[in-house]
Design a protein around this ligand. Structure first.
Ligand code: ATP
Length: 516
């Protein structure tokens, strides 16, 4: 079986070869960590956003949408704390001139040099003991494994403490003590560790200097906070209620690797849920469960896990990530945070405007508490592709085996829902009938007409982009108005009457299957 690295490379090249994702400005050798979505990518991405929007806004009477601007008054980012503290600790290697995130260098060391050894021991023992192996017991009794786990904990605790205390000199000491070398130059010739602010900025044309400095928003959430009262009043929502938004965010990531997992320009789907102070725990639990179910409708449960934050932001009273098992391991896909009244209070203070809600039941005004759910569209896209893309052995028409690449994406998310294929292209009767069908069903969903190459090749092409159904128009169609309909997953072909195509496809691609 191919290893995870190979699988990931295959996924990246599949995304390019089949028009899902291209490197930005590729003709100029590409802009690092910026990507463009191709024809099938944009369809899949739109469907993911639709699935989120339906689950959050359409299915909740008390959640409404918003589309705030990317530029905001720069004071927004002072109040939110981004100007002062939205930074990562960076370090440069003086020989390779490569820049790294200091915390990630240490975390990678722990993963590759310590935990890998522990996991190797555990796997060896699993093989030795077979069915009777008890991993938990082995972890807490085997001296070698215990040693590795202890070492990993000691290093990570020290890293977290130093970062929390802003003691960057100690982070540098840790890197030196662990003898971490630059992966590029192999040298340990490091600069000091410094904070690097991740916000991009630009300049307003009409105002010179600091006063005209504008930021590209690093998250969509602040647009929701500052509009909290506008939305509440105009929609007459009562607490608890939520505001949902999908939009671009920008972060000048120091290390942007792993394809669309970490980008400098990306898209977020965020929802801020405003609740009575004191009720945040209940809602945190609600959103934790709801969001996990949303993921489980798409991904197998074993590829998803909760990860409670070890280190909470000073204002937060609970936070966790929903992690997905990407080809490079379990990583954050979505964050759920109980942010108290921190953001609204900060905007209230700096703007001098009241951001309070009058609770008619309690007959008092207060600044609501907020529970937020925040997910990256691009990470969700990557997770969906990684989970759906499979290579499998299938029997050919001649009885021999061949491999096919198939994107087993949920039909509701598939870029193209139905391909319309005349059996041969040089038969005017077939092609005009196929066009007629295409022109009829295109009103209901995304279709594709294809007459190039052999039927086998066309099927493979549709499999690779995840099209749930292919319709073929053949001799019999002209006689009795039936077509064959081929199912992507089973590859079974059945005959149906033309008038039924729309109904069959619409049933299969209905978002309801995911939302229920
Ligand atoms: P990470 O720890 O991976 O940098 P984060 O904790 O900074 O992520 P949040 O600020 O909680 O991320 O952002 C919410 C979501 O936005 C993340 O769960 C992720 O899906 C997405 N996201 C954040 N940064 C990026 C990025 N650079 N590229 C793509 N998606 C991102």
């Amino acid at each position: 079986m191919a290893n995870q690295d190979d699988l990931f490379k295959k996924l990246v090249s599949h995304c390019k070869e089949y028009g899902f994702v291209f490197q930005s400005s590729e003709v100029y050798d590409g802009l690092a960590a910026v990507y463009d979505y191709g024809p099938y990518g944009v369809e899949l991405k739109n469907n993911i956003k639709k699935y989120w929007w339906m689950a959050m806004v359409q299915m909740h009477e008390n959640i409404v949408g918003l589309d705030a601007a990317i530029f905001m008054d720069p004071k927004t980012w002072q109040a939110s704390g981004h100007v002062a503290a939205f930074s990562d600790p960076m370090i440069d290697n003086k020989d390779s001139n490569k820049r790294y995130r200091a915390d990630q260098l240490v975390e990678e060391y722990v993963e590759k040099k310590v935990m890998k050894k522990a996991n190797k021991e555990i796997e060896k023992a699993r093989k030795r003991f077979g069915e009777s192996f008890n991993e938990e017991e082995y972890r807490s009794t085997n001296p070698r494994v215990m040693g590795y786990l202890e070492k990993s904990k000691t290093i990570l605790t020290r890293l977290n403490t130093s970062l929390t205390n802003g003691d960057l000199a100690d982070v540098k000491n840790l890197i030196e003590e662990l003898e971490i070398a630059c992966p590029e130059s192999g040298s340990r010739n490091w600069t000091e560790v410094r904070e690097f602010n991740l916000m991009f900025n630009t300049q307003l044309g009409t105002i010179a200097g600091e006063a005209g400095k504008l930021y590209l928003r690093p998250e969509t959430a602040q647009g929701i906070f500052v509009n909290f009262l506008n939305v509440q009043k105009t929609t007459r929502q009562k607490i608890p209620f939520g505001i949902a938004q999908i939009g671009k965010a920008f972060r000048n990531e120091i290390v942007a690797r792993q394809f669309i997992f970490r980008m400098r320009e990306f898209e977020q789907m965020e929802m801020q849920f405003f609740v009575r102070p004191g009720e945040q725990k209940k809602w945190y639990e609600y959103w934790k469960g709801f969001r996990m179910k949303w993921h489980q409708a798409i991904h197998p449960s074993k590829k998803l896990q909760f990860h409670d934050h070890e280190k909470l932001a000073f204002y937060a009273d609970a936070a966790l990530d929903i992690e997905f098992e990407f080809p490079f391991g379990f990583r954050e896909l979505e964050g759920i945070h109980s942010r108290t009244d921190h953001d609204l209070n900060a905007h209230q203070e700096l703007s001098g405007r009241k951001l309070q809600y009058f609770d008619p039941e309690l007959k008092e005004s207060y600044v609501p508490y907020v529970v937020e759910t925040s997910i990256g569209v691009d990470r969700m896209f990557l997770a969906t592709m990684a989970n759906a893309l499979v290579e499998e052995t299938v029997p050919n028409a001649d009885g021999k085996d061949s491999t096919r690449t198939v994107l087993r994406v949920h039909p509701a998310l598939a870029p193209i829902k139905c391909a319309v294929l005349p059996l041969v292209k040089n038969n005017e009767e077939f092609t005009s009938k196929a066009r007629e069908i295409f022109n009829h069903i295109k009103y209901s969903f995304e279709c594709q007409y294809d007459e190039k190459d052999s039927p086998g090749k066309r099927y493979r092409r549709q499999d690779a982009i995840g099209t749930p159904y292919c319709i073929t128009i053949d001799g019999q169609t002209l006689e009795d108005n039936t077509v064959t309909i081929r199912d992507r997953d089973t590859m079974e072909q059945t005959r149906i009457v033309i008038d039924n195509i729309e109904k069959v496809v619409l049933e299969k691609i209905n978002m309801r299957h995911l939302l229920k």
